[in-house]
Design a protein around this ligand. Sequence first.
Ligand code: NAI
Length: 308
Amino acid sequence: MKVTVVGAGAVGASCAEYIAMKNFCSEVVLVDIKEGFAEGKAMDLMQTASLNGFDTKITGTTGDYSKTAGSDVAVITSGIPRKPGMTREELIGINAGIVKDVTENLVKHSPNVIIIVVSNPMDTMAYLVHKTSGLPKNKIIGMGGALDSARFKYRLAEALGAPISDVDGMVIAAHSDTGMLPLLSKATRNGVPVTAFLSEEQQAYVVEETKVGGATLTKLLGTSAWYAPGAAVSVMVQAIACDQKKMIPCSLMLDGEYGQSDICLGVPAIIGKNGVESIVEIELSDAEKEKFATAAAAVREVNGDLKF
Ligand code: NAI
């Protein structure tokens, strides 16, 4: 399995590190536009190999896409992250140009690649990749739900006073502060609905803190987070590499599912060797359906700013 990670910044390097540490893939190629940066990150990571016990070969290149040829999976993290007070949507102008250009280069050298889109505003960037890459829709996967669900579980465990391994929960809809839909009604502690344990005030706290999870970190760090995003991507890449058929919420092109079409939004999906093996349609309450539709309308508005 050969994986390319475009953007060797905070998130890209974290992706490469987690992928290598899990040792399921033979080769990771880091690509960046900054001269020598990807090469440097790759060398630094490779010098952890004997310490951390992995055999994955990590190399870096300054924009030479011939080095990415034959990639099975490519992760797009190139672009600018948000600064404190910014929304993900404000990044569209710069990141759309970068993502389009990167996609063309990736597909040129790896026509069968599966692309995982990370750059923000992610749902819109995933949509852009669908419109410009020519790849079938099972091969384009936006990363948002895997991270947001991890943040949801973190907040659930905190409110419950439970270990994280006790809780399960999922976030769907948009990867934005307002459009995220943490499915509290379906969250469980060892199979028991969490609503049985948490007061309404605690439930509201968990939902709100999940939705602003990225913004909270951006305020603390001065830029967006990287450990959990990198780990979330590595889980998705592993599901593909090992054909795990793992259910992961991802931003996918919808064609009637959840009442939406021609839009990328977060929905649960089975991820395996073909990328998206299938979309899972779960029953939502009327209130959840309304929130999903509102999130879709907001993403559609942002998509309207794209120029192909
Ligand atoms: P960063 O600034 O640390 O790294 C971005 C890298 O992309 C830089 O090294 C830059 O030189 C490189 N780059 C820019 N243009 C390029 C091009 N045309 N080709 C190759 N490389 C290029 O930013 P960070 O923190 O790694 O974030 C990257 C993106 O991921 C941002 O858009 C951020 O908002 C997004 N993000 C998305 C998350 C999600 O859940 N979907 C979570 C966290 C970040």
